[in-house]
Design a protein around this ligand. Structure first.
Ligand code: 5GP
Length: 231
């Protein structure tokens, strides 16, 4: 009698566990699909509103680099935060100006501060500065980017975020500042990577992984041709 009771209790527990696992798998699937859909919305937005300029520039000023779509930015923030939620990130670091927007949303989701490297020194910057020279792909000028030493420490674990990855100069400049501050660098997260340029390879050569939400293989008669994204 006791044996039968124990057996049926075990059956009930097992079947409850199975149900729980099934439910868990279901929600994981739903979440995964919705995450995929989120980034599909980035790709559709690029297709719909992006303009190809010349051989290698994509203009996305209606939702990312000038006018901003906060809902899309929030989705971007959530996808990066989901990827790095267990990585122990303590700071999100970017470079002004258009990196600030996605970086702030990622930082909010991870509940950590966001720091943006400044491109020009001003009178309020009285603290010790860490600097790097960065050649701007779009402005065709070199600027000295700077971050106050006091905002970075050896105990920091940084996620670098930027809007575009082209030839990697912005990301490499940030990496050199972070290395000077002896922080850990867990990854470089990019909204739009132009995979036909040298940036990804140059960043990966430093041993730091790159995660891009949209990867562009090239431009064909004014149309954007995508390759498989990382997230
Ligand atoms: P990189 O330093 O990787 O050569 O270029 C990255 C920086 O240049 C980004 O922070 C971004 O501001 C700008 N950038 C590079 N390529 C593009 C592009 O095709 N379109 C726009 N809007 N900005 C770009």
């Amino acid at each position: 009698m006791l044996e039968i009771g124990r057996a049926s209790l075990l059956d009930t527990v097992m079947s409850n566990n199975k149900q729980r696992e099934g439910l868990f798998a279901f929600w994981r699937e739903v979440f995964f699909i919705s995450r995929k859909l989120d980034m599909d919305s980035l790709i559709s937005r690029i297709k719909q509103d992006g303009t190809v300029l010349g051989a290698d520039i994509l203009k996305v000023d209606s939702f990312l680099t000038h006018q901003v779509d906060p809902k899309l930015m929030r989705q971007i923030g959530k996808v990066f935060a989901e990827k790095f939620k267990d990585a122990g990130i303590t700071k999100v670091v970017t470079i002004e100006a258009s990196g600030n927007v996605p970086a702030a949303y990622v930082a909010e989701e991870l509940d950590v501060p966001m720091i943006f490297a400044k491109k020009a020194k001003n009178v309020t910057m009285t603290d010790e500065l860490l600097t790097a020279d960065v050649y701007s792909f779009t402005k065709k000028i070199t600027s000295t980017i700077q971050i106050s030493r006091k905002f970075l420490s050896e105990t920091d674990n940084v996620l670098v975020i930027d809007d575009f990855l082209a030839n990697g100069q912005a990301a490499l400049g940030l990496i050199s500042i972070l290395k000077a501050a002896n922080t850990k660098i867990s990854g470089v997260g990019i909204v739009i990577e132009k995979s036909f340029q040298t940036g990804r390879a140059l960043v990966e050569e430093t041993g730091i992984p790159v995660f891009s939400l949209a990867r562009i293989a090239g431009f064909d008669q004014g149309q954007v041709v995508f390759t498989e994204a990382d997230l």
